[in-house]
Design a protein around this ligand. Structure first.
Ligand SMILES: [Zn+2]
Length: 326
């Protein structure tokens, strides 16, 4: 527990009404010892300009959630940072928070009373809470007025989440300004067991280059031997089920994006490749983070048809250039 959490929550509450969303106004504040960043949910400007507010992109809304805006814009490494949120988070944000290495989540007590929380309560309870808890994250409810913090979940002492397939981050002193040929060489030389994987080049603040490799994986803490637990809660074994909005799987682009924020690296636009067409939500977050190009395998592989629809929508709108690379 951190007494700075009250200030951080207040900074989120202070901006929540500036959210452009007409009925779901959410804000979050991400903080470390030295830095604090508060953000609301919003529409990326390029999506507003070219697609508009009300068209869906695949099966995703066009907004970027407050938590993701915090993670993708935080000026430091997110590993070990803490986040306060005005509302209970959705399962997708829970996965992104876990992948970014956040250690503590605070939710405003008023967030549990809202209509939105009532509608989304079971998703939070059955999925988001479990995803955060498995990642070893402490979860608190915060009451600003009465000045108390209540634990919703604390990891057992000494709990370290199993991570059977962590993202690989390797410094590449041999590269200064990677090209598409360097990306092709990286793709060719990587040995991964999983058919769905991705890789990218990223830079740190000083301009040093890194290669990142990540495979599709269950959320942190759900290693393959705990897949049964996830299976009980969702359609983990059947990601093609169109009725299932959320699942416990992290696909490559998400892992690359939030693995990069974890280490305070910036993925280089045009130097990001995935064998799997990203999900609609991943693509909206990707555009929101300012990317304009994605390299994809020539085989059109996706977990849900909505991924292919989202890709097409963004391509037609001129928001995303697709580079075919095998
Ligand atoms: Zn969310």
């Amino acid at each position: 527990m951190n007494s700075r959490a009250f200030d951080a929550m207040q900074s989120a509450v202070d901006i929540v009404l500036t959210s452009p969303h007409p009925d779901n106004k959410v804000a979050a504040s991400l903080f470390s010892e030295t830095t604090l960043l508060a953000q609301t949910n919003n529409w990326p400007q390029s999506i507003l300009d070219k697609i508009g507010k009300n068209t869906r992109i695949g099966d995703s809304s066009t907004t970027v959630h407050a938590e993701v805006n915090c993670l993708l814009n935080f000026p430091e490494r997110t590993d070990g940072a803490e986040i306060t949120i005005t509302d209970p988070c959705c399962p997708n944000c829970a996965k992104s928070i876990s992948e970014s290495g956040i250690k503590t989540v605070y939710i405003d007590h008023k967030g549990f009373m809202k209509d939105f929380a009532a509608r989304r309560g079971s998703e939070f309870k059955n999925m988001s809470l479990n995803i955060l808890a498995h990642a070893g994250i402490s979860i608190y409810e915060i009451n600003r007025k009465e000045k108390y913090i209540t634990a919703i979940h604390k990891p057992a002492q000494g709990y370290t989440p199993p991570e059977t397939n962590p993202i690989e981050v390797i410094e590449r002193p041999d590269l200064h300004s990677p090209t598409i040929d360097d990306l092709k060489t990286l793709i060719k030389n990587v040995r991964v067991k999983h058919p769905f994987w991705g890789c990218a080049f990223a830079a740190d603040k000083s301009g040093k280059i890194y290669s990142l490799v990540a495979s599709t994986h269950l959320a942190i803490g759900y290693s393959e031997d705990r897949a049964e637990e996830a299976d009980k809660l969702t359609e983990y074994k059947n990601p093609l089920n169109p009725e299932q909005k959320y699942n416990f799987i992290l696909t490559p682009l998400n892992r690359l994006m939030f693995g990069a924020t974890r280490h305070n690296l910036h993925l280089i636009d045009g130097m990001i490749w995935t064998s799997l067409i990203p999900t609609s939500r991943e693509l909206v977050n990707f555009i929101g983070a300012g990317y304009t190009q994605i390299a994809l395998g020539t085989r059109q592989v996706y977990l849900k048809e909505s991924s292919a629809e989202a890709l097409e929508t963004l391509k037609v709108a001129g928001l995303l250039e697709i580079i075919k690379v095998d």
